[in-house]
Design a protein around this ligand. Structure first.
Ligand code: ATP
Length: 259
């Protein structure tokens, strides 16, 4: 595989590094073309956010960590992009909160499922659900191949972390009464708008912070974790993210006017 040397001082060095990782995933059959395009949509929103974790995203990370720790049957849903960008964090988060890891792909094939599972295993994952015949349960109201889930995982989960999800499946999981946590750079996407908790941030920044927060809160009393989750309103938090972008653009345009 040919890799591009990224100058460390390049202003978009981290972004370029991510592209290289996804390109590698594409060449290994883990990431599909649509995944590369979805990443591009995310990058555009990351640019608007200033490529950093905002205060509303930090708040959503805290709530997500508490929700995962409170869950009886948490599941982390993994697609091709996530398995390439944050495999270490997926495995560690699952350990810390006692979650199962389940592969769930929009563009599903047996080879891809196995490739994603192998990548997670190479980062220390034990059991990986949702692969091959294991994904034998159907989420109703969905047409895409993402409707097939593992009867021991997503089907019976009470809380599901679905980074980089599509809106239809988020809605299907919510309608089954599950708490759905997502990480999505676009605060306007259907996923962002439908989830119980939306972390408007790049998975590459949000996942390590989520792991850290879960480690810090592990062992905290159930009542105290419950208070963190109870006080949260996802719509209000999404409005804060949208205002953050709007304010930032206003400041940038004002400073250009002054110049
Ligand atoms: P929806 O069905 O929810 O409206 P969509 O059709 O806009 O979603 P998809 O193509 O299904 O989007 O998924 C891509 C989503 O993931 C986009 O909302 C994009 O902003 C987001 N995304 C892409 N890369 C990242 C990343 N690295 N971190 C966080 N979010 C990302």
């Amino acid at each position: 595989m040919k890799t591009v040397k990224i100058p460390p001082k390049h202003p978009r060095a981290e972004s370029l590094r991510m592209r290289e990782v996804l390109k590698q995933g594409f060449e290994e059959g883990i990431v599909v073309e649509q995944g590369l395009m979805a990443h591009g949509r995310g990058e555009a929103f990351d640019y608007l956010l200033g490529e950093k974790t905002t205060p509303p995203a930090s708040e959503a990370i805290t709530v997500s960590a508490a929700a995962l720790l409170l869950a009886e049957k948490p599941v982390i849903s993994v697609n091709g992009n996530v398995s390439m960008l944050t495999p270490r964090e997926v495995v560690r988060l699952a350990e810390v909160v006692g979650a199962k890891i389940e592969v769930n792909l929009f563009h599903r094939s047996s080879d891809r499922e196995i490739a994603v599972m192998s990548r997670l295993r190479s980062f220390g994952a034990g059991e990986v659900l949702g692969v091959g015949d294991k994904a034998s349960a159907e989420l109703h109201g969905l047409k895409s191949l993402r409707r097939w889930v593992d009867p021991d995982g997503m089907l019976v989960a009470d809380t599901v972390l679905v980074p980089l999800e599509d809106g239809d499946r988020t809605a299907a999981l919510r309608s089954m009464g599950k708490t759905v946590l997502t990480i999505d750079l676009n605060p306007l996407s259907r996923t962002a708008q439908t989830a119980s908790v939306t972390i408007v941030d790049n998975v590459i920044r949000a996942m390590p912070l989520l792991v850290k927060e879960a480690e810090r809160r592990r062992g905290e009393a159930t009542d105290s974790l419950g208070d963190v989750v109870k006080g949260f309103d996802n719509q209000v938090n999404l409005e804060k993210s949208i205002s953050y972008i709007a304010d930032r653009l206003m400041q940038i345009s004002a400073s250009k006017d002054d110049a």
